[in-house]
Design a protein around this ligand. Sequence first.
Ligand SMILES: [Zn+2]
Ligand SMILES: [Zn+2]
Length: 348
Amino acid sequence: MIQANGYAAQNETSPLAPFSFERRDPGPQDVVVDIDFCGICHSDIHQVRGEWGNSKYPMVPGHEIVGKVAAVGSEVKRFKVGDPAAVGVIVDTCRECENCKAGEEQYCEKGTVETYNSKEYNGTPTFGGYSNVIVTDQRYVHTISPKLDPAAVAPLLCAGITTYSPLKHWKVGPGQKVGVVGLGGLGHLGLKFAHSFGAKVVLFTTSMSKAEDAKRMGADDVVNSKDEQAMAALKNSFDFILDTVSAPHDMNTYLGLLKRDGVVCQVGAPDKPAPVAAFSLIPNRRSLAGSAIGGMPQTQEMLDYCAEHGIVSEIELVGVDKLAEAYDRVVKSDVKYRFVIDMKTLKQ
Ligand SMILES: [Zn+2]
Ligand SMILES: [Zn+2]
């Protein structure tokens, strides 16, 4: 076994604290990645604090993992020792169902094995990226370009693919008007992608103090979603709206902005059901949809696209000694725009 160190929560109220555990020795298909950086996703906080009712402790969170290959199994050809590499939200799936065969592993019919707070199919608990090393089957490991700042790549593994995948699925591109709701970890990457794909992009926010940042990242317009007059003026005009907000909010407002065959896609996860009026959907044949991360081929495609187009996350780098503070600030939406943990600080 490989000795690993990380930070874990022991129960839903305990602070994250140093934790030693074991990773499996690499099998023929495995890649051992020494972790340099791990992003802090809002879902880490929900799970650490037991807010989704599915928490397993001890829990080492983290599914936005970037590092370097430390060893490879005998059948691994895509990676060699020293290569930059990344691991995201999923570390295994059944590989045989229709969705796995289609490269849409995130919808595996057997259920995905998630990077943490989950169990391998053999029952072993999974531990995430707030740690120094991870061992993962090569199918779920991605190559990353040395051209990009590795710390700023980390959030692409969850926030990035979560926004890239629906924009691709609904074929966002030139000539379209696209809305992005919320400028957080997800929203700022959704904005960069939608702009990069050639759409006209409007950012909806309740904090107009972010307007300048939004324009720098590619927004053509920034609209205060509380400004009823401004919202009314935009009715029936959008092809696609990516809703990244996880706080409770009225989806009918955004559905009303869609033109014929328009789609609102929810990627934020409010914890309570929200009412949707039939007459938000019926006019203009509108759709309300959802989307979860992306499959392994598309995650690699996104990382390659980001290298080609110089797209990375805007980050604040923190040490492991600042995790509690970072969590509090994420909950208050006080981060520009994703925290990333520098794992070198684990050794100090
Ligand atoms: Zn995440
Ligand atoms: Zn499957």
